[in-house]
Design a protein around this ligand. Structure first.
Ligand code: GAR
Length: 203
């Protein structure tokens, strides 16, 4: 049986990507086919290297369409079934999503993890902003990606209360653990077929 093929797009450290790559290596029916970063020297690239996962850099182009076309070319070449965003700090255009989802019967197969209870605190520095606002709790959201900033239909959400006297640093550590748990749980559901995959098919 063909494995379900996943591409991870990430811009930074890559702790979520690492958790996903390790989990995929323990499952028979999925593989992380490649990791792609838009940043030369991003930590995620070294993590992919250490886990023997193919990795690419597609740096920012002056023209957004040109950049997205290069990414799409790789997704097509490797017949990718799902795109998992893991700290990928770029928006994807509607055209990009329509092209990719068009290879999957029009189904949305691009997902993103975000460290807040969306729609609260979209964008960057979500954990810090929630902390500085003095919220009692925040959480983690996994959602399908649309062309907006951390918008799109939600798939999973987990709450993370701030404990009395907890520092931002300690809360952040717990956030990342919860993100890794949430994302790898989703990966397992995909691997088990409990979340159905429309395989890549060029029309
Ligand atoms: C994660 O907290 C992820 O949820 C967040 O970037 C971090 C990347 O960490 N993404 C966003 O804020 C998307 N808007 P990582 O590189 O260690 O996985």
């Amino acid at each position: 049986m063909n494995k379900i093929r996943i591409a991870i797009l990430a811009s930074g450290t890559g702790s979520n990507a690492e958790a996903l790559m390790k989990k995929a290596q323990s499952l028979n029916s999925v593989e992380v086919t490649f990791v792609l970063s838009d940043k030369v020297g991003a930590g995620v690239l070294e993590k992919a290297l250490n886990l023997s996962v193919r990795h690419f850099v597609v740096t920012k182009q002056s023209d957004r369409r040109e950049h997205e076309q290069r990414v799409l070319n790789l997704l097509r070449e490797y017949r990718i079934d799902w795109v998992f965003l893991a700290g990928y700090m770029r928006l994807l255009s509607l055209e990009f999503l329509q092209t990719f989802n068009g290879w999957h019967g029009g189904n949305s197969q691009v997902v993103n993890i975000h460290p807040s209870l969306l729609p609260a605190y979209p964008g960057v520095d979500s954990i810090r902003r929630a902390f500085e606002d003095g919220v009692e709790e925040s959480g983690v959201t996994l959602h399908l990606v649309d062309e907006g900033m951390d918008t799109g239909p939600q798939l999973m959400q987990s709450r993370l209360p701030l404990e009395a006297g907890e520092s931002l640093a300690d809360w952040s550590v717990r956030f990342h653990k919860l993100e890794h748990q949430t994302y790898t749980q989703f990966l397992e559901l995909v691997a088990l077929g409990q979340i159905p995959t429309s395989p890549f098919e060029e029309t």
